[in-house]
Design a protein around this ligand. Structure first.
Ligand SMILES: CC(C)(COP(=O)(O)OP(=O)(O)OC[C@H]1O[C@@H](n2cnc3c(N)ncnc32)[C@H](O)[C@@H]1OP(=O)(O)O)[C@@H](O)C(=O)NCCC(=O)NCCS
Length: 289
């Protein structure tokens, strides 16, 4: 074990064999809580690890990483630099998190409405979170899923396994996204959406969830309704969708369409407003993986 200069241990700290702690690291912030770190950890300079943290074997973290309390990091996790993992975060085995990522983010103000029970934010096994992304508290991302650069995923978003969220995409929270879903670059997914398995959404998708744009008016934010999709839906580049639309299983939405009404299953819709133009081929929903 190698410990650098100005390293402070506070409370009970158990460090596994072969671990390296660089300079100016603080491990533990209370006399009561423990910190357990497995074998062969590499914790780079300037990092702070709070009490109540359990870290598995082969952990690697970049510089200036902040690791909140009551947090679990399983084996073989690699973190970049300048990362903040909030309280009650769980990072499963083999996950990689890029530089300048925040996980478990909460506005300072939101402590006023904090739930009584701690809310877990979870990043599934072998997931990848690329640099610059912010993932709010209470969000769960399944195994093998991937988040691109500078994406924002707000609170209580539940994302399945083998799904990707493209760079610069914003997911506004309280939304469910299935397994094997692809949401491409620069998409706006509002609150209260439900996106079925194998759905693909091409770049520059815009969802709306407030029909009357009640901003600063009576009833502001009270009648929000997201869009929903069945399985195997494909939405082309530059589509806009109005509140409450359901995309039926296997439907296809053509590029640049504005979708104002539900889309029937296995139909192609196109235009402004989108109208059915033909059937969507059922055989194309067969997925290879
Ligand atoms: C929906 C789509 C797949 C249909 O392609 P297609 O099966 O080859 O269908 P066609 O081109 O024969 O179009 C069928 C009809 O819909 C119309 N149509 C197709 N796309 C349209 C669009 N974006 N807007 C308005 N009308 C459209 C066609 O003009 C045609 O009308 P017609 O029968 O009166 O001539 C294709 O238009 C599309 O949008 N592809 C998606 C591209 C994309 O976003 N890829 C993702 C990259 S990351």
């Amino acid at each position: 074990m190698k410990v650098g200069k100005n390293v402070i241990f506070h409370g009970q700290v158990n460090l596994g064999k072969g671990s390296v702690i660089q300079d100016n690291v603080v491990i533990g912030n209370s006399d009561e809580g423990e910190v357990n770190i497995g074998r062969k950890a590499l914790i780079r300079s300037g990092s702070v690890i709070y009490s109540g943290v359990k870290i598995g074997d082969n952990f690697q973290s970049g510089k200036n990483v902040e690791i909140g309390s009551n947090l679990t990091i399983e084996d073989d996790v690699v973190l970049g630099s300048n990362i903040s993992l909030g309280d009650n975060v769980v990072v499963r085995k083999g996950t990689m998190i890029g530089d300048n990522v925040i996980i478990g983010y909460r506005d300072i103000k939101s402590d006023q409405d904090a739930p009584v029970e701690p809310v877990v934010t979870e990043i599934g096994e072998s997931a990848r979170i690329r640099s610059g992304s912010v993932i709010y508290w209470g969000t769960k991302i399944g195994s093998n899923s991937m988040v691109g650069h500078n994406a924002v995923i707000r609170e209580n978003t539940i994302i399945g396994h083998d799904t990707y969220i493209g760079s610069l995409t914003a997911i506004e929270g309280d939304t469910k996204i299935g397994n094997y879903v692809g949401i491409h670059t620069q998409c706006h997914i509002t609150k209260f959406c439900d996106i079925g398995d194998y759905t693909f959404i091409a770049p520059i998708f815009v969802g709306a969830n407030d029909q009357l744009m009640s901003h600063m008016r009576a009833g502001h934010g009270q009648n929000l309704i997201g869009f929903t999709t069945g399985k195997y839906v494909r939405i082309a580049v530059g589509v806009t969708v109005l509140p409450g639309v359901h995309f039926g299983e296997g439907c296809i939405v053509a590029a640049g369409s504005v979708v104002t009404k539900d889309v029937p299953p296995y139909k192609v819709v196109a235009g402004v407003p989108a109208r059915v133009v033909k059937d969507a081929p059922k055989e194309e929903v067969v997925i290879s993986h």
